[in-house]
Ligand binder design. Structure first.
Ligand code: ADP
Ligand code: MG
Length: 636
C-alpha cells in the first residue's frame, strides 16, 4: 500500500525533495555561490575549500578554461589569456572598451557592429562568454555540493546596471545552462541578508565598495519588505583603484617612471593588493619585487601611507551618498543603519569615513564579502518555491526617467526616475495630421526636457493606423519595466487593434558617472529647459493649428468662404508661419489666437453644414472626420 503524501495547499507535492536553487554574486573581482541548507543560507566552498572564487578565467589550447584561483596564478606568465574584470565590459560597446583601462591590458577585437571581445589563444571571447565560464564553475561547485541539478539561480547585479548590462548577465547565465529565477540588485540582496538576520525597520543605507564598483543605496525596510528609495554610485571606483594608486606609489618610490612590461606591472599590482589587504589588520608591512638587478621595488609601507594614498579616492564615494539622501528626501539622521558590503569595506579608513559621514557606527556583522550571495540565496530559495510565505517583496528603482519623443523634439516622461519596478505605465497619444497612418516612436532616457539632451534608447514605428482626422485616433503607448529592469514598449491603436512593440536593449550602457552627469545637467538647466519647452510647445501648437485650418480650407474653404474671407485667413496663416520661424513664444501665441479668432466663422459654418448632413442620415464617423479637431493635446 502506498503511503499518502500529505502536503499543505500551495506547498510542493514532494516537500522532501527540495528544489535546489542558489544565489550567485557575480562580482567584478570575486564571485560566490550560496544556498539555503537546512533553513540557513551559507556560501558553498569549491574543491579547494575556497568560498571566494576570483572572477578570472584563463584560456589555453591545452585545457578547458581555468576559473578562479588557478586562473589567477596564470596572470603573470600569460597575461593576455588571463581575463579579469570582464564584468566591467558586460553590455558595453567598442567605445566603452577604448575608454576603459582594460584596453591597456588586453588585446581586443572591436569590429564595429559586433560585441567587443578579448582576443585569446582559443579565439575571441566576449565579456558574456567569460562570465558564462565563471558561472559554469559556480554551477558545478553548487551541483557537486548540493548533490543534484539546480532549478535556477538568483544572480546579483550592481544597482546601476542598465538594460544592456542586465541582458548581458542573463545571456551569460543562459550560456552556462543556468535558469535565472531573477536578477537582483546587489544592495537589495545585502538588505535581504540583514533583514532576515536582524529585522531592522526604517531606512537603511547600503554602502558597497568592491573591487571594481561602488554602489550606495537607500532602502526602506518594513516587516520584511524592502523598498529601494534611491541608488547612486560609480561603476569605475573600487579596490582595483586602490591597488593602482598603491602600485604607482611604490613604483615612484623606487624611482621608476614606468614598469618595463605588462607582466611586471601585473606583479606589482598583485603586490600592492596584498600589501593593502595586510594593512587592513596591521600597522605596517614591508614589500619587495625583484625584477632584475636594476629594477628592485621594495620598502616599508604603513597604514598612514595607504590612508594618504586612497583618501582622495574614498572621498569620491561621498558625493553619491549625499545624492541618494537628496533623491530620497531624507536626512542623515533618518538613516537607522549603515550596512557595509564588499571586500574594500575591510579597509579601516573606509569604515571610519563612512561612519563619520552618516554620523553613526557602521554594520559589519555579516561578512562583507558574503552578504550579497547570502541574500541572493535567501531570495532564490523563496522563488524556487521552497518557502510558502513569500511575502518577501523586493522593489528596485529605475535610475533615469523613461519617456517618448513628442512633437517639437520634446520629451514626455512616462516613467519618472526612481520609480519602483516592476512597473507598467500607459499613456494615450494621438495623430498629428489628417490621414496620418504611421507614427514613429522614439524611446528616450534622461531628465532633460528636450530629446537632444537625453539618451536615445530605441526607435520603432506603428503602421496601418486607420486614416482619420488629426487627433481622432487613440494610441495607447505602454511602458513596462520587468523585475530585472528590462524595458519593453508597445503602441496600440485602439480602434483597429494594430500593435507594434519593441524590447529595449541599448547597444551599450551608461556609466554612473554619465548618469550623474545627466542628473547634474538636468538641475543646472532646469529653468532654461522650462523656457525651451514652453517655446517648443507653443511651436507645436502653432503648427497644429496651421495644419488643421489649412486642411479644412483645402477640403471645403471655397464652399464656405468668400474670396475676401479666404484671403484674410490665408494672411493670418502666413503671419503665424513667420512667427513659427522665430523664437518668440508670446508672438507665436498671439498669432495663434488671431488665426483662431479669424477663422472661427469658417469653423462654425463647417460645423453647421456637417450637422445638416448628419440630419440627412450621415454617419457619426463622417461628422467627426469633417470637424476640425481642437483637442489634440498630445501628439507624437
Ligand atoms: P567585487 O564586488 O568587485 O567582486 P569584492 O566585494 O569581492 O569585489 O571586493 C574585492 C576587493 O576587496 C578587492 O579590491 C580586494 O583587494 C578587496 N579586499 C579584500 N579583502 C580586503 C582586505 N582585507 N583589506 C582591504 N581590501 C580587501
Ligand atoms: Mg561585490
Amino acid at each position: 500500500m502506498a503511503l499518502l503524501q500529505i502536503s499543505e495547499p500551495g506547498q510542493s507535492q514532494a516537500p522532501h525533495q527540495r528544489r535546489l536553487a542558489v544565489g550567485i554574486d557575480l562580482g567584478t573581482t570575486n564571485s560566490l555561490v550560496a544556498s539555503v541548507i537546512s533553513g540557513s543560507a551559507s556560501v558553498l566552498k569549491d574543491e579547494h575549500e575556497q568560498w571566494t572564487i576570483p572572477s578570472v578565467v584563463h584560456y589555453s589550447t591545452n585545457h578547458e578554461p581555468l576559473v578562479g584561483k588557478s586562473a589567477q596564478e596564470k596572470a603573470a606568465s600569460d597575461p593576455f589569456n588571463t581575463i579579469r574584470s570582464a564584468k566591467r565590459l558586460m553590455g558595453k560597446g567598442a567605445n566603452d572598451v577604448q575608454q576603459s583601462w582594460l584596453a591597456d591590458h588586453y588585446q581586443f577585437d572591436l569590429e564595429t557592429g559586433s560585441i567587443p571581445a578579448f582576443k585569446t589563444v582559443v579565439g575571441n571571447k566576449s565579456a558574456i562568454e567569460v562570465s558564462a565560464d565563471i558561472l559554469s564553475k559556480l554551477r558545478a561547485t553548487a551541483e557537486q555540493t548540493l548533490g543534484g541539478d539546480l532549478v535556477g539561480a538568483v544572480i546579483t547585479v550592481p544597482a546601476y546596471f542598465d538594460d544592456a548590462q542586465r541582458q548581458a548577465t542573463k545571456d551569460a547565465a543562459a550560456l552556462s545552462g543556468i535558469h535565472v529565477l531573477r536578477l537582483l540588485n546587489e544592495p537589495t540582496a545585502a538588505a535581504v541578508a540583514y533583514g532576515l538576520d536582524s529585522g531592522t525597520d526604517g531606512v537603511v543605507a547600503i554602502y558597497d565598495l568592491g573591487g571594481g564598483t561602488f554602489d550606495i543605496s537607500l532602502l526602506k525596510m518594513q516587516r520584511g519588505v524592502f523598498e529601494v528609495l534611491a541608488t547612486a554610485g560609480n561603476t569605475a571606483l573600487g579596490g582595483d583603484d586602490f591597488d593602482n594608486a598603491i602600485a604607482d606609489w611604490m613604483r615612484t618610490r623606487a624611482g621608476l617612471e614606468q614598469m618595463p612590461d605588462q607582466s611586471s606591472h601585473r606583479q606589482l599590482l598583485r603586490l600592492a593588493r596584498s600589501v593593502k589587504e595586510q594593512l587592513s589588520s596591521q600597522d605596517k608591512t614591508s614589500y619587495a619585487l625583484n625584477l632584475s638587478d636594476e629594477i628592485n621595488i621594495s620598502g616599508e609601507i604603513s597604514v598612514a601611507d595607504v590612508n594618504a594614498i586612497i583618501e582622495p579616492l574614498l572621498k569620491n564615494t561621498l558625493a553619491p551618498c549625499r545624492q541618494v539622501l537628496r533623491d530620497a528626501g531624507i536626512a542623515k539622521t533618518d538613516v537607522k543603519a549603515v550596512v557595509m558590503v564588499g571586500g574594500s569595506t575591510r579597509v579601516p579608513l573606509v569604515r571610519t569615513m563612512v561612519s563619520e559621514f552618516f554620523d553613526q557606527p557602521v554594520l559589519t556583522d555579516i561578512d562583507p564579502d558574503q552578504v550579497v550571495a547570502i541574500g541572493a540565496a535567501v531570495q532564490a530559495n523563496v522563488l524556487a518555491g521552497n518557502k510558502t510565505d513569500d511575502d518577501l517583496l523586493l522593489l528596485d528603482v529605475i535610475p533615469l526617467s523613461l519617456g517618448l519623443e513628442t512633437m517639437g523634439g520634446l520629451v514626455e516622461k512616462i516613467i519618472p526616475r526612481n520609480t519602483t519596478i516592476p512597473i507598467a505605465r500607459a499613456q494615450e497619444f494621438t495623430t498629428y495630421k489628417d490621414g496620418q497612418t504611421a507614427m514613429a516612436l522614439h524611446v528616450v532616457q534622461g531628465e532633460r526636457e528636450l530629446v537632444s539632451d537625453c539618451r536615445s534608447l530605441a526607435n520603432f514605428e506603428l503602421r496601418d493606423i486607420p486614416a482619420r482626422v488629426a487627433g481622432a485616433c487613440r494610441i495607447q503607448v505602454l511602458f513596462q519595466v520587468d523585475a530585472d529592469g528590462l524595458l519593453s514598449v508597445s503602441a496600440l491603436e485602439k480602434e483597429s487593434g494594430v500593435l507594434a512593440s519593441i524590447d529595449v536593449k541599448p547597444s551599450y550602457g551608461l556609466s554612473d558617472g554619465e548618469i550623474e552627469q545627466m542628473l547634474k545637467a538636468s538641475m543646472e538647466h532646469a529653468s532654461e529647459d522650462v523656457q525651451k519647452r514652453a517655446l517648443a510647445e507653443q511651436k507645436v501648437e502653432g503648427r497644429r493649428v496651421v495644419e488643421a485650418i489649412s486642411s479644412a480650407l483645402e477640403a471645403d474653404g471655397d464652399t464656405h468662404l468668400s474670396v475676401d474671407e479666404r484671403t484674410d485667413i490665408d494672411a493670418l496663416i502666413e503671419t503665424l508661419l513667420e512667427k513659427l520661424e522665430q523664437d518668440n513664444g508670446d508672438a507665436i501665441k498671439q498669432a495663434i489666437e488671431k488665426l483662431e479668432a479669424g477663422s472661427s466663422l469658417f469653423v462654425e459654418r463647417r460645423m453647421n453644414a456637417s450637422v445638416k448632413q448628419l440630419m440627412a442620415g450621415q454617419e457619426i464617423e463622417e461628422l467627426e472626420r469633417t470637424l476640425v479637431s481642437s483637442d489634440a493635446s498630445r501628439e507624437t
